[in-house]
Design a protein. Sequence first.
Length: 362
Amino acid sequence: MVQAAGPGESGEPDVMCSGRVLARNGHMCTAIGPAAEALEQVDTELDPLPLPTTSVDLSLFQLPFRYIRLSSEDPTRLYGSAQDARDGNNSVNAIEAGFDYVSWLECQILDGKAVYMVAPGIWMRGGGDCSQIGTSDFRGVSLYRTPQRPFGWILSTVDARSQPGEGALSGTRYYRYQVVWIYEEQEVGGLTWYRISPTDWVEQRLMSVVRPDGTRPEGVESDRWISIDLYEQTVSAYEDGELVYATIASTGLQGWWTQPGTFQVYAKLDVDTMQGAFEADRSDYYYLQDVPWVLYYDQARAIHGAYWHNGYGYPRSHGCVNLSPVDANWFYRWAEEGTYVHVYDPTGQTPTDEEFFGSGGA
């Protein structure tokens, strides 16, 4: 039990916390006297206590769209009525074949064929049943204080080792998106290994790590900013020097890099449709309707929700910063036009010369 330290300057007594309350709800404990010592002890001991997280508003999980993927082989014809869509007559437009997703407002089964309204008065043909893709419900962590050591997410199922290197298995298996502390780092055979529990070691390439640092980056002229680590594929929000939210992302692939630098959000959109192609033969054409929670900060590069994949933690975009819909919703609510966005690669592997960058894409 963390004992009360007596009345503080405000005249209010310090909160007495049990170890369980301290670990899970440290924000309820006054961080002075014995409580401060206990909070510091929680962060410095090799003890598998949970992150200092807060609850997340459940409304963040509400995605107001239903999506379906289109054929990648043939253009998708659009029609002015459900009947025309069923019959395949009187096409009014088409969506070019490629990596295409649309949202739909209504679905009807006419003579055994599904037809979808994808915009008011605009319909398309589907299969035999009304369907929609599943979207990721992954979310990062909301924090009530800055963790005192690095932490991160496991990126794929892994059996931990009892020592750094390809030694004996420890007997513990970790799973994708599991959050762990980083207690120690060692390099073995040119590879970095992380100690994530008293008995478990995992190789660096199987993790995305956040190294909390509330120091305002160069060029940021506000106490609120977003930091994007291109090497770790993490996105963090800082306020008054404290880390308040962190998650994993998917940034630009090689050749479609997310540009390092310091920027500011210049447009904030509930939803936007993104499309384009970068190859001369348009083999990489994409059409993504109703991309949610969009923060444009560098030409066509934006932080936004990505409903079409669940590959967070690995690069896979044309330059944008893809987040899960839940995380994108959180950043959208927290950020404002003018919020600073600091993008960096601590390894220096990402080019910084502007000649390598176009306007970007989803």
